[in-house]
Design a protein around this ligand. Sequence first.
Ligand SMILES: [Zn+2]
Length: 403
Amino acid sequence: MADWDLLLTDARLATMRAGDTDYGRIDDGALAIRDGRIAWLGAKSDLPAMRATETRSLDRRWLTPALIDCHTHLVFAGNRAAEFEARLNGASYEEIATAGGGIRSTVHATRAASADALFRESERRLLTLKREGVATVEIKSGYGLDLDTEEAMLSVAGSLGERHGMTVSRTYLGAHATPPDYAGSNRDYVEFLVDEGLPRAHERGLVDAVDAYCEGIAFSADELTPLFERAKGLGLPIKVHADQLSDCGGAELAAAFRALSADHLEYTSERGVQALADAGSVAVLLPGAFLTLRETELPPIDTLRAHGVPIAIASDCNPGTSPLSSVRAAMHLATALFRLTPEECLAGVTREAARALGLDTDRGTLEVGKRADLALWDIEHPAELSYWLGLNPLVELYIEGVR
Ligand SMILES: [Zn+2]
C-alpha cells in the first residue's frame, strides 16, 4: 500500500506560514497528500523514501494555499445596475431611495425569488470565485430581514457549497438594515432577531457566525449588544461591519465580544485598533466598497500594522456597494488604494482570511495536517497575484487534494 495518495514535485511553494518571510517560499519543493490533507512538504532533496499512488511534476509552477474570500454577500436576487446607471445620469441617492431603490430593492427581489432562482443567480458569482482559485467562501444573509428569507439565503449558501465542493461559511446578518415593517424602531427589530430570527436559524443548523452592521445609518453599538450576547449564548462567533462611514465604536464593540473579525474600518480610531489587537480580532479590509463608494478616508493601515492586527482582504461581493466577484481584483485594489504589499495581500486571502472565519487551524497555509486546498499558478513570482488585474493565471485548484 502507498504511503501517499498524491505527490506533487518540481513546485515552487508559497507556504504563507505565520512568521515566515518572503511568502514562506520553498524553491524546488514537493508536497504530499494523504486523505485530503497535507502529509509532507519541503525541498525535493529532503523527500523521504515514501511511495505515492500518483506523482505529478508541476514544472516549477507556483503552488499556494487555495484562496479564501472571507466576506461576501453573494447570495441575492436581481441587481442594481439600473440604479447605478441612474446615479451616473445624475439621479441623487434620495431620488433613488424614494423610488424604492438601494438595499430595499434587493430585499424586495430576494424575498420574491424562489430558492431555485436564488441558487441559479448566485451560482455564477460563486463559480467566478472558484475559477480564480477560491475554495472557501463566507456568505452572509441580510437581504431577507424576515424569518423565512434569511433562512432561505443561508440554505442556498450551504447548497451552493455542497454542489460545487467548496466550503461555505454561513453568516447570519439579520442586522443588516431595518426592514420597512420595523422602520424607526431598531430596538424592536433587534429584539425580534434575538428572540426569533437568530435562534430559529441556528436551531435549523444554518448559522456558522453572526454579523451586524454597526453604523450611523444602520445600528448603534448599544442596539447590537443584546444580539451579540444572544449569539455568544448560542456559542456562535461574531463579526462586525464596523466604522465604514463614521467612527461609531464598531471596532470596540467587536473587541468587546472577541469577534473573529471587524470589517471595513475606514474610520476606526487608534483606540479601536488597540482593542482589536487585544482581542485577537482580524481586520478585514474591503477595497471594492471603498472604490465603488469613492471613499477618501483610508483604513488605518499603519496603525493596524503597528499594533500587529492581522489584515485580511475580501471581495465584499454585493449588489450595492461592491459588485465585485473577484478576490484577486480585491488584492489588486488593496495594493492600489491601501498600499498593502503583495505579500500582505496574499496572506490576506489565505492565512488571515482563514483566521477571520475561525478556520485557521484547518487551512490557509501550506502545513502538514492542514487541508490540501491548493492553487497552482502559471506565474514567475507570487507578487503577480496582486499585480495582474483581469488576467487569471490559475492552472488548477485542488480541494482536499482533488483537482
Ligand atoms: Zn459587507
